[in-house]
Each structure stands twice: as structure tokens, then as C-alpha cells.
Design a protein around this ligand. Structure first.
Ligand code: ME8
Length: 516
């Protein structure tokens, strides 16, 4: 059995999660679920980055000790992700003892080997992004990333010899053109490498909220070094050799494009310094805007995923289904890697066209035909070879796209298949065959439609777990669809005649019609 280790960034817990955090985490969950369907042993981690200054400041504002504050927030983030049907295997928090141990051991080793040394730092620093910016990128003391005011930092620090890894990294990039995706992000990193790297400061002596340096307790470890190490903590670097051997290196780190440099340059250099293998891939996806505007608290346009789900529930009447609609929308609407704009009108359109119409209606019009003509049991039927070929082709396409993390293309392929099934139903017109008393053809057509619905349930399962399960149960199938192994199940004609269907109210009622 193969393995798959997938990670999301660990998030700053200075506020509640918004659509951006939900996006990366849901994408990772979809990939994790897909890999489980493919029979792989999956390790999927997400978590919280707790030692940032903005986290400490947020605690202060609430009048709480930082640890109490992060305890509250981490619990809340975990809850939100679970609400969004994210089934992580590990939720790492950087304030956990297992992680502090890893951070201290890691920096000790680099100190011992000479890759960490004491120096003096002076430069522009953004407390919000926890990042230094070279003089050349700074205009009017503003952060090039978030436009907040920069601080001039002047302190004795420990440094990591990042410069030493310029050449090895360059070689790694050239030998692995898919190390960073999409290509535009790879090229950005390559350009940074070509212009040469400077050593970076990896400790702070002016703050105390963080992991103390084991060889100089006056300093805490720079929050980014602390945070990146979460990926090996999760894999069991110090305390579980067997797990670490199985899962490390990670198969993919999913991140937003703004933190690509940390993951594609600094992190691999740290790993090289420690003699550890590099992750197989960093995928840096695009950013969501809202109706064309950057999402920010000050603009008051932050999209709260819980609110989106709540609003959708007015239509669906089922919160779990609404979560599926949200998951579907964010992954279908925008090719993974590109920037996306969240428009309420687009969400409404996708709901009514893709979900109520193409997907929901296929089930709604098929089941009553089986009920009426075959007393609610899946009829005997000959598997249609043309439809079967189309189904197999769809599976191959979905697998290819999922391999490329092209979620929206994978969904396009599934929806093309739904289109074929709807057309098949229209053309076979089982209602007419029934009238004409053509029982055998009637059985054939409804068997094949039901088989198509079973395939659809399996294929949408990573994206829309609740809907997939409702489809599964409607067809009278047992167990949990999320546990189905695709290679065993996606075999055209496997559906067993005689299963008793179970009709349910429409999953995606049309606004103003089925649901008031
Ligand atoms: O950077 N569109 O944490 P963070 C899409 N703690 N994705 C978005 C987004 C948007 N508008 N806004 C945020 C940190 N994201 C560090 C990471 S990892 C070792 C440490 C997502 O809370 C995207 O994944 O600022 C982005 O990279 C991440 O949230 C940043 O989360």
C-alpha cells in the first residue's frame, strides 16, 4: 500500500478562519479523501501557528494570557474545519510539547553543524507578516505584502546560513521542474534563487512568546522556523521513527502563493542543512477576492464560511448539504492555482445549474421510475457498453486531473459525465418504454442510469461527502461511500440488481419551488 502525506499551512490564530483558510484546507481534504479512495495510507495535517506577535497582541487585546487565548482559538478553528467536513488526521499546534521538542532539537543540530551562527541584524520587518524585507523592496516604510507600517529591527540574532544552499537549491529546482507548481510560482522561485540568497535571522531576543533557543535562552526561535518544522513534527521526526520513515518526505505542501518562498526556498534549505529529504512538491494556489476586492478586515468584506453555509441552508434546508455546496463551489469555480473572485451571483448560478439541475434532478427523475416500474428495486439490466466506456473515460480523466491537483477540471469531467447520463435518460425515455410495455429495454435503461448514479456518487465523494452518501443510500447501497476503494468499485455493471432504492426529498431544492 502506498502512502500520501499532505499538509496545509498552519494558520495564525489571531482571528476566526475565513474563506481563504477554508479554501486551502478543503482542497487538502478533497485530495486526502481522493487518495484514501485510491487505497493509499494518508496522513493529512493542518493546524495552528501560535507563536506570532499578532497572535500575542490579539491575546493582549482580549486581556488573556497568550496560552489561554491560543487554547481557545485552536479549539474554535478545529471546530470550524470539522464543520466543513475536513477529516484531518492530525491538528498540530506549535505550542504543543511534542513540537517544541522538535524545534529545539532541530536548531541545536544546525547550531552544532555550524549552519546557525550568531550575528547582528538590522533591517525592515513586518510584524504582521513576520517577515524581513530588503531595503530595495521597501517604499515609504510600507510592507510590500500587506502595506502595513514596517519597523526598523536592530538586534543581536542567530542566523541560518541560507546563502550556502543557493547552489544546491538551484540544482534541485533544475532537476525537478515540478517541485513547485503552478509553473508561474516555480519561475518566481527560480528567479529568486538565480539572484542569490542571503542568510536569514532565525531568532528574536526582544520577545518571549515563542520557543526558547536551547543554546541561548535570551532568544526565541523565529516564528517561521518554528512553524515550518510542524511538518516533520506531524510525521513523527523525533518520537516515531517508523512513522517518519513511512510518511516523510511529504508528498505535497499546499500553501497560498504569498508564503511560497518560505516553503519552496527556506524550508528546503533547512531540510538540506539537517540532511533530511525534501518534500516532493509545493503547490502554491491563488488568492480569493470578494466581488473584485482584496479580502480584508478593514474593508469589512471578509467571507465567513459559516455564514455562507448558513445562507445556503435557507435553500437546502440541510446544513451538511450546504457545506457540500460551498466545497463544490470553491473548487469548481476557479482553476486551482489561479486567483478567484467570490461573487454571490456565481454561487447561485452554480447551485441552480450544476447542483439542482444536472446532479440533483438526475436522481430525482430516476428513482420514481424505478419505484413505479420495478417496485422500488434496481432492475436486472445489461450494462450499456457505450455508457460504460464513457464512465471509464471519466474515471481516467478524473484520476489524471486529481494527480495534477486540477480540482476544477476533475469536476468538469464529472459534470460532463452527468450530462451524458441526463442525455441517456432523455433519449431512452424509460417513461415511454414503460407505456409501450418494453420491459426488457426499460430494465436496461434504468439499470444503466442507476449504475451511472452509483459512479457519480463515488466520483463526487471527495468533494461532496454528504451528497455522495445520500446518493449511495438512495440506491440502497450499504456502508459508507467514503470508505469505498475506487479500483474495486468503479467497475461498470457491478451494481447489484434487487437493491431496494430509498427515495428522499430533493437534495438541492430549487429556490422558490420545492422549498419556500
Ligand atoms: O501565513 N485566498 O498563516 P495565515 C486564498 N502561519 N487563500 C488564502 C487567503 C485568500 N484570500 N487568505 C489566506 C500564515 N489564505 C503562516 C503559515 S505554514 C508553516 C505558516 C490561506 O493564517 C492560504 O493558504 O496568514 C495562505 O497561505 C494561508 O491562508 C495563510 O494563513
Amino acid at each position: 500500500m502506498g502512502k500520501y502525506y499532505i499538509t496545509t499551512p498552519i494558520y495564525y490564530v489571531n482571528d476566526e478562519p475565513h474563506i481563504g483558510h477554508a479554501y486551502t484546507t478543503i482542497a487538502a481534504d478533497v485530495l486526502a479523501r481522493y487518495k484514501r479512495h485510491r487505497g493509499l495510507q494518508v496522513l493529512f495535517s493542518t493546524g495552528t501557528d501560535e507563536h506570532a506577535q499578532k497572535v500575542r497582541q490579539a491575546a493582549e487585546k482580549k486581556g488573556l494570557a497568550p496560552q489561554d487565548y491560543v487554547d481557545q482559538l485552536a479549539a474554535s478553528w478545529k471546530k470550524v474545519f470539522s464543520f466543513l467536513e475536513v477529516e484531518f488526521d492530525d491538528f498540530i499546534r506549535t505550542s504543543e510539547p511534542r513540537h517544541k521538542k522538535v524545534v529545539q532539537e532541530f536548531v541545536s543540530r544546525l547550531y552544532a553543524s555550524g549552519d546557525i551562527y550568531k550575528g547582528y541584524y538590522e533591517g525592515w520587518y513586518c510584524f504582521w507578516d513576520e517577515a524581513f524585507f530588503p531595503e530595495s523592496e521597501v517604499q515609504e516604510r510600507k510592507c510590500p505584502d500587506c502595506s502595513r507600517e514596517l519597523q526598523w529591527m536592530k538586534e543581536e540574532n542567530y542566523f541560518f546560513r541560507l546563502s550556502k544552499y543557493t547552489q544546491p537549491l538551484l540544482e534541485h529546482f533544475l532537476a525537478n521542474p515540478k517541485f513547485v507548481e503552478p509553473e508561474i510560482r516555480y519561475n518566481e522561485m527560480l528567479n529568486i534563487l538565480k539572484s542569490g540568497l542571503r542568510d536569514i535571522s532565525i531568532s528574536r531576543s526582544t520577545i518571549t512568546w515563542g520557543v526558547p533557543l536551547p543554546f541561548d535562552a535570551q532568544h526565541v526561535v523565529y516564528v517561521w522556523v518554528d512553524a515550518l518544522l510542524n511538518y516533520i513534527t506531524v510525521a513523527g521526526w523525533l518520537d516515531n521513527r517508523e512513522k517518519f520513515t513511512l510518511f516523510w518526505p511529504a508528498d505535497v505542501h499546499l500553501v497560498g502563493k504569498e508564503i511560497n518562498r518560505f516553503h519552496s526556498i527556506i524550508w528546503p534549505a533547512m531540510l538540506m542543512a539537517a540532511g533530511l529529504p525534501l518534500p516532493k512538491k509545493v503547490f502554491a494556489h491563488g488568492f480569493w477576492t470578494k466581488e473584485g476586492q482584496k479580502i480584508s478586515k478593514s474593508l469589512g468584506n471578509v467571507i465567513d464560511p459559516l455564514k455562507v453555509v448558513q445562507d445556503l441552508t435557507q435553500y437546502t434546508g440541510n446544513e451538511r448539504v450546504s457545506v457540500d455546496v460551498f466545497r463544490y463551489f470553491i473548487l469548481r469555480e476557479v482553476p486551482f492555482g489561479a486567483d478567484g473572485d467570490f461573487k454571490d451571483a456565481s454561487l447561485e448560478l452554480r447551485y441552480s445549474a450544476d447542483l439542482a439541475n444536472d446532479l440533483g434532478n438526475l436522481l430525482n427523475r430516476s428513482l420514481p421510475l424505478i419505484e413505479k416500474n420495478f417496485a422500488g428495486s434496481i432492475p436486472e439490466g445489461r450494462p450499456d457498453p457505450v455508457l460504460g466506456k464513457e464512465a471509464e473515460r471519466t474515471v481516467a480523466l478524473v484520476e489524471e486531473h486529481m494527480g495534477d491537483l486540477a480540482f476544477s477540471e476533475a469536476l468538469n469531467s464529472i459534470w460532463a459525465f452527468l450530462g451524458t447520463l441526463n442525455k441517456y435518460l432523455d433519449e431512452r425515455a424509460p417513461w415511454r418504454l414503460a407505456k409501450e410495455g418494453k420491459t426488457e429495454e426499460l430494465g436496461d435503461s434504468l439499470f444503466n442510469v442507476a449504475e451511472g448514479l452509483r459512479f457519480s456518487a463515488l466520483l463526487i465523494s471527495p468533494f461532496m461527502p454528504t451528497t455522495a452518501q445520500l446518493f449511495w443510500e438512495s440506491l440502497g447501497l450499504d456502508g459508507e461511500v467514503k470508505k469505498a476503494i475506487w479500483d474495486r468499485e468503479l467497475v461498470w455493471g457491478k451494481l447489484a440488481p434487487g437493491l431496494r432504492i430509498s427515495k428522499k426529498p430533493p437534495i438541492f431544492p430549487r429556490p422558490g419551488k420545492e422549498n419556500p
